[in-house]
Design a protein around this ligand. Structure first.
Ligand SMILES: Cc1cc2nc3c(=O)[nH]c(=O)nc-3n(C[C@H](O)[C@H](O)[C@H](O)COP(=O)(O)O)c2cc1C
Length: 266
């Protein structure tokens, strides 16, 4: 079993997030002794101050990114792992800046989701608050790359000194470790939700409308027959959710064609 860890902190295994990930991995090893673990930490990936925002990854392919080789190890980790752990400290009610930079670097995966069918978990640590925003963001970002989340855990580091909180975290880690092993061995892609199916159609629309700027995304979809599909795989789709997604897509297309979409006003 091969577990990949994307660690969104420079504090490594001495930090709160690293310690929590290690506690999870120790439990996983308690169930399956021969686990191979590969880790990248997002602070030490040389991805520049921020994504160069050239969009070359989408129009000409990820190899055209100025940071392509610096990120190659991380790309390989996600490709080769049976399950990926995305871990971050909560910084100002969000993921850490280098985790955000990591997500931005792989934005082409929104157009060319390469991880359909692969399970992941998300972990955060904080002084007290913000797990919902940080983990919610990581879940939706990685979902766009094809991953499906099989568990999340957000822990307040200072709270661990109190025995009742520590006991609840231990129980949650036991549960998460069991899911990690189960899903890494036998990944079960959940039925897509209405949001997933809308996401598929929005990605299709993006790729279709970008065909003239660069053929890479469209060729990826052509090869997989996704322009003629309602989902990435040929699994049976929930009928109502798929109809809802089709209606939303129609509305979005009309809004774009006629300029009748409303600006977002909160
Ligand atoms: C810049 C910065 C912003 C932070 N923002 C939050 C926050 O919004 N909510 C919170 O509860 N803790 C916040 N913290 C505390 C960290 O989330 C917490 O200490 C975390 O467990 C550190 O993990 P690490 O040792 O793996 O880096 C922040 C810390 C830093 C450095």
């Amino acid at each position: 079993m091969h577990i990949g860890v994307v660690m969104g902190t420079g504090h490594g295994s001495d930090g709160a997030t690293g310690r929590l990930v290690n506690e999870l991995l120790d439990r996983v090893r308690g169930i399956v002794p021969d686990v191979e673990v590969s880790t990248v930490d997002t602070d030490s990936l040389d991805l520049g101050p921020s994504c160069a925002a050239c969009l070359g990854c989408m129009t000409a392919g990820e190899q055209s990114c100025p940071n392509f080789s610096s990120a190659a190890r991380a790309a390989r980790l996600m490709e080769e792992a049976d399950l990926v752990v995305f871990a971050t400290p909560v910084h100002s009610f969000h993921v850490s800046a280098t985790m955000k930079r990591f997500v931005d670097h792989f934005a082409y995966l929104i157009h060319r989701p390469a991880h359909v069918g692969k399970p992941c978990v998300q972990i955060s640590t904080a002084a007290g608050a913000g797990h919902d925003q940080a983990l919610g963001y990581l879940k939706s970002a990685t979902r766009r790359w094809g991953f499906h989340t099989v568990g999340q855990l957000g822990v307040n580091g200072p709270g661990l000194k109190k025995a009742p909180y520590r006991a609840k975290v231990d129980a949650a880690l036991d549960e998460l470790a069991a899911s990690v092993v189960d899903q890494a061995r036998n990944p079960v892609e959940p039925a897509p939700t209405a949001a997933d199916l809308i996401g598929f159609r929005v990605a299709r629309l993006l790729v279709e409308s970008g065909r003239d700027e660069g053929p890479v995304d469209a060729a990826y979809w052509d090869e997989r027959g996704w322009f003629d599909a309602d989902w990435f795989t040929d699994r049976k789709l929930p009928w109502f959710a798929n109809r809802l997604a089709a209606t939303v897509e129609k509305k979005i297309r009309k809004g774009i064609a006629e300029g009748s979409a409303n600006p977002y006003q909160g």
